[in-house]
Design a protein around this ligand. Sequence first.
Ligand code: S3P
Length: 384
Amino acid sequence: MSDFLVEPSASIAGCIRVPGDKSISHRALMLGAVASGTTDVEGFLEGEDCLATLRAVARLGVEVECRAPGEVRIHGVGLKGLRAPGGVLDMGNAGTAMRLFMGLLSAQPFDTELIGDESLMRRPMERAAKPLREMGAVIETCDGRPPVRIRGGQRLHGIRYEMPVASAQVKSAALLAGLYAEGETTVVEPAVTRDHTERMLQSFGVEITARGGTATLRSPARLAGTRIAVPGDFSSAAFFIVAACLGAREPFLIQGVGVNPTRTGLLEMLALMGADLRLVNHRSAGAEPVADVEVRPAPLHGIRVPDRLVPLAIDEFPAFFIAAACAKGETVVTGAEELRVKESDRIAVMARGLGAVGVRHEVLHDGLRIEGGSHRRRYGRQPR
Ligand code: S3P
């Protein structure tokens, strides 16, 4: 654990890049592992969560070479080539790793047990277990939480699953199990969620259609090793985007950011608040759209966040709440109860932080009401 000393700065300026996308890095390892042939990944995020996936993949008998910073080569073993790990698989803090592995491991010929750190051991896993059981998997959780025990040797069949919660992790778990299932697997989302799994499966040559919140995968599937360029993580860029909206004196540029429209709800929310944001230099990294994000300072005003944007910005609310605190007027977020079951309860944690710096707010069961600018009135004239 490191200590950081943060000092206020009068402005933010320059041009930066952010580390590789976490969601895409997890998926690259898992799909590369069960592909036939090698998969080369560049821009891989070497953060703790993705390293937990990397270690798990290695324990399942897949050789992964770390060739240079951010560059990994996965020697895929094919859909049927994974080996019993010989002990529990520890997912650390990574909910994405646990839920996606539940899908991938539910049709293997061996048993597996998944555990995680203290926070992950408290998170809900039944949401992913439910569709997998409908497909024929045998999965046990402990009162809905990890450890997750998966019995091997089951034959899975395709289903049509209408998800009760908008979750890309649950959708992905069902689609990964669908690679092994007999027939078609269809997942219908109640609201659009990130579609990295669908896009990446296509890059590996899997027949999958995804339209209007419904994804259908046909098996038998075969994945062919490929090259994956991981774009910069929009969730990491989010903090700098908000900082630049509030504190840039000249255009601030973040280069090479993944701008998949299922991830960029924050841009729409900030634009509704009056932010001056531009996506320039559009290109693609394989199946994913990439751009540079240019931010100019502009005064922000409070908004009521449209419900449809909530799942498209689910990981960016902590940064968004800061923008709301500095905007003029009131901002209201509702329909965001999913924030309560992330690595931490992000509504409670952010409310505590906002309270600590004097921002007036009201905690709602599914969101927050924030009175923008209130901290200035309370603390603005204090000597520094
Ligand atoms: C993720 C999906 C989201 C997100 C998480 C990463 C993914 O979770 O919050 O950080 O990579 O699929 P949910 O599926 O629970 O919404």
